[in-house]
Design a protein around this ligand. Structure first.
Ligand code: NGQ
Ligand code: ZN
Length: 449
């Protein structure tokens, strides 16, 4: 099947090009040709879809439920208790309904691939489902229903804290032995093999949740595929890691794990200059989730330190408390501005900050999700977004400032979204929005009853 899409402006690795037709064959970009090919559908500005490198789909159902404090000081750790309780309330049907709504929202917001850091594996009493990959299959079903590209990251979770601290009862749905995890991973790989556009990696949850000897075993399963881990998000985690090992979390990881460019260190909020330089040198991607990091009170990633060292980053929506590609890029830059008391922190002098943030997150996100070809180039998947250049928000603007309006203006400019060449969003609305919303609403009503 072949389709042709014409863009008045198209963002390619070489920058904006004017008046280009993209020919799509079998879900891939077959060619880019100047001018408008006969029969091509016309659009204003075209961009590659952005990868969302870190999501816990089920947490989308918690939006609005944790925004009041208890008696003491509220923190990441009190939020986590609430999250555990919520996780214990969800059936496979609930997870599928919430994930489908989430992926509709992600596609409408410009994300075309999701790295699903998936750890809600087992039944409510902690026993594995008859099909170990039951929950992974529900995530895959939500992707199939919405057209979202999936990078599934099955998570190993083994202990409650550093030094083999026992797991809490509330963590029972997440836990696996090493053999159990190997089975889960193989079953998940079969699920992924049956889903168009999907791939798989492996994810030791964190240094808190996985012991050193197991970390290597989990990474070995990935064998050249993406390896994702949460690291150095909270100061308490840094302190506990120091007490346990004498080293800081990123420092420990660089010294004891084969961290390379297949690795994504999620958050990596609290790093010294030496850790940032070491991480950059190994080519690992920083998985920044600025909206969630703000929501959870994690701290501020040191962007200048990491980018000066040549580090690569991508963005993720993590807890999915709100869902937007532009929102993550804006929050990232704003956190840097507040920290540095400066403007346009994450861009080169004279360059569009919106464009530079976008291109960095595209490159880092694709790398972290195991995509060899990304962006609008021949041979890459046709994962595309069009912006509505007739919107008054961009009146008078050329391509040179378009992404600055999109990232900083907070207006929804997205018109159409394609994944693997198929149009999933038209006029800003996912084609399956109503069906997903109906099912999601029913689910939320019974979960919040
Ligand atoms: C998660 N979320 O796995 O959902 C974690 C909380 C933990 C973030 N780290 C659990 N943002 O880290 O122990
Ligand atoms: Zn996370």
């Amino acid at each position: 099947m072949q389709t042709a899409l014409h863009f008045a402006s198209l963002l390619t690795p070489a920058g904006w090009q004017r008046d280009v037709t993209v020919t799509v064959r079998d879900g891939l970009i077959a060619s880019l040709t100047p001018g408008r090919a006969a029969g091509a559908e016309s659009h204003g500005a075209g961009l590659p879809g952005l990868p969302n490198l870190h999501s816990h789909a089920f947490q989308r159902g918690m939006c609005g439920l944790t925004e009041r404090s208890g008696k003491g000081r509220d923190s990441f750790w009190t939020w986590r208790e609430a999250m555990y309780r919520f996780a214990l309330s969800m059936s496979p049907d609930d997870v599928e309904a919430v994930a489908a709504q989430l992926y509709v929202e992600m596609l409408e917001a410009g994300f075309t691939r999701v790295g699903e850091f998936h750890y809600l594996h087992h039944d409510i009493d902690g026993t594995p489902y008859a099909d170990r990959a039951e929950m992974a299959a529900r995530i895959a079903a939500a992707c199939a229903a919405t057209g979202m590209n999936l990078t599934l990251l099955p998570v190993r979770y083994a202990q409650g804290g550093f030094a083999g601290a026992p797991a809490q009862g509330e963590q029972r749905r997440f836990l696996s032995t090493l053999d159990g995890y190997a089975d889960l991973w193989s079953a998940s790989a079969r699920v992924v093999a049956g889903l168009a556009g999907a791939n798989i990696g492996a994810a030791p949850h964190s240094l808190r949740a996985v012991a050193p000897q197991d970390l290597a075993a989990v990474a070995a399963l990935a064998a050249g595929r993406p390896v994702h881990i949460h690291v150095a998000e909270q100061m308490r985690e840094v302190e506990d890691c120091l007490a346990w090992s004498g080293a800081r979390p990123v420092e420990w990881l660089l010294d004891h794990a084969a961290v390379d460019s297949n690795w994504c260190l999620v958050h990596a909020t609290h790093m010294t200059a030496a850790e940032a330089a070491g991480m950059a040198e190994r080519g690992a991607v920083a998985g920044l989730c600025p909206v969630t990091e703000a929501n959870l009170g994690d701290g501020i990633f040191d962007g200048p330190q990491f980018t000066r060292a040549g580090g690569r980053f991508g963005v993720g929506t993590d807890s999915n408390v709100s869902v937007g590609a532009a929102d993550e890029l804006r929050q990232l830059e704003y956190s840097q501005r507040l920290q540095e008391r400066a403007r346009n922190v994450l861009s080169e002098p004279g360059c569009s900050t919106g464009l530079q943030l976008f291109q960095a997150a595209l490159d880092g996100g694709a790398r972290a999700l195991g995509q060899a070809r990304s962006g609008v180039v021949e041979g890459a998947p046709a994962d595309l977004v069009s912006l509505d250049t007739a919107n008054p928000a961009v009146a008078g603007h050329g391509a040179g400032t378009l992404l600055d309006v999109w990232v900083f203006g907070g207006k929804s400019l997205i018109d159409c979204v394609w994944t693997r060449g198929a149009k999933r969003v038209s006029n800003g609305r996912h084609v399956g929005r109503d069906a997903a919303a109906r099912r999601f609403s029913q689910t939320m009503r019974h979960l919040l009853e």
